[in-house]
Design a protein around this ligand. Structure first.
Ligand SMILES: O=C(O)C(O)[C@@H](O)[C@H](O)[C@H](O)COP(=O)(O)O
Length: 233
């Protein structure tokens, strides 16, 4: 039986999607703050989230009670154009959201394994579970840094893992990565998947169809709540 439940939210254009997703995320964060005094948000990097980040950053919520971290990160310093922390700093931690606390995954370390171990220790003190996670997806069906060719894919996708941050070596990833474990992602109170363009719609439909299970499908099947897919052409 397939447990891959999701809700499809389609928009006419990317700006409308950004505004709707930002409004939704802001409402969830506000609810979390009302219920437990703080809110924990994990966002993805790559290229897709820039407009959503800009829209979210201008919404007036109690940002000083929000902690923002990353779903995954490339093992590059924040000054690199490939840094997800760099994107978050430039687009999300601006305007009203400048008051939020950001907890990065990248820091200088002897190895990616050492970085993941100290990240896990640092992130242990956050107010888990995540209130909101916003995922992206690649055309190969990866989400977070769950690349189909990651040597430790089974470990990344282990639903009973106690790990927080896990190192990833995957030939298709470009550079080593740090990622939240799937177990941490699917425990979130609200799980959004933000994808844009016909190619990603096709890739998503393909991943949901019969055949080899792509990482995105593994995540949807493991999530106890339906994933909200936000798509625009
Ligand atoms: O660091 C990253 O690359 C990610 O967080 C990754 O999972 C991303 O969401 C997808 O690769 C989509 O990337 P694009 O938005 O660039 O297409």
């Amino acid at each position: 039986m397939s447990g891959a439940a999701y809700a499809w939210n389609g928009f006419a254009d990317r700006q409308q999607l950004a505004a709707a997703l930002a409004g939704n995320v802001a409402a969830r964060l506000t609810k979390a703050i009302a219920e437990r005094g703080t809110a924990l948000l994990a966002v993805s990097g790559g290229t897709t989230p820039a407009k959503f980040f800009a829209a979210l950053s201008s919404i007036p919520i109690a940002w000083d009670k929000v902690t923002v971290t990353l779903v995954d990160e490339r093992f590059v310093p924040p000054t690199s154009p490939r840094s997800n922390a760099g994107l978050v700093a430039a687009k999300l931690l601006q305007s009203k959201a400048a008051a939020a606390r950001f907890v990065p995954l990248y820091h200088e370390a002897a190895s990616i394994e050492a970085a993941a171990a100290s990240d896990s220790e640092a992130l242990q003190s956050l107010a888990w579970p995540l209130d909101v996670v916003v995922l992206g997806m690649g055309a190969d069906g990866h989400t977070a840094s769950f690349f189909p060719d990651a040597g430790n894919l089974a470990e990344l996708l282990d639903p009973s893992s106690q790990r927080i941050v896990v190192p990833v070596h995957a030939p298709s990833a470009g550079e080593p990565r740090l990622t939240l474990s799937m177990a941490r992602i699917v425990a979130a109170g609200f799980i959004a998947l933000h994808i844009e363009g016909e190619d990603k719609r096709t890739a998503f439909d393909g991943a949901m169809g019969a055949g080899v299970k792509k990482p995105i499908r593994e995540v949807l099947e493991a999530a106890p709540i339906p994933v909200e897919v936000f798509w625009a052409p």
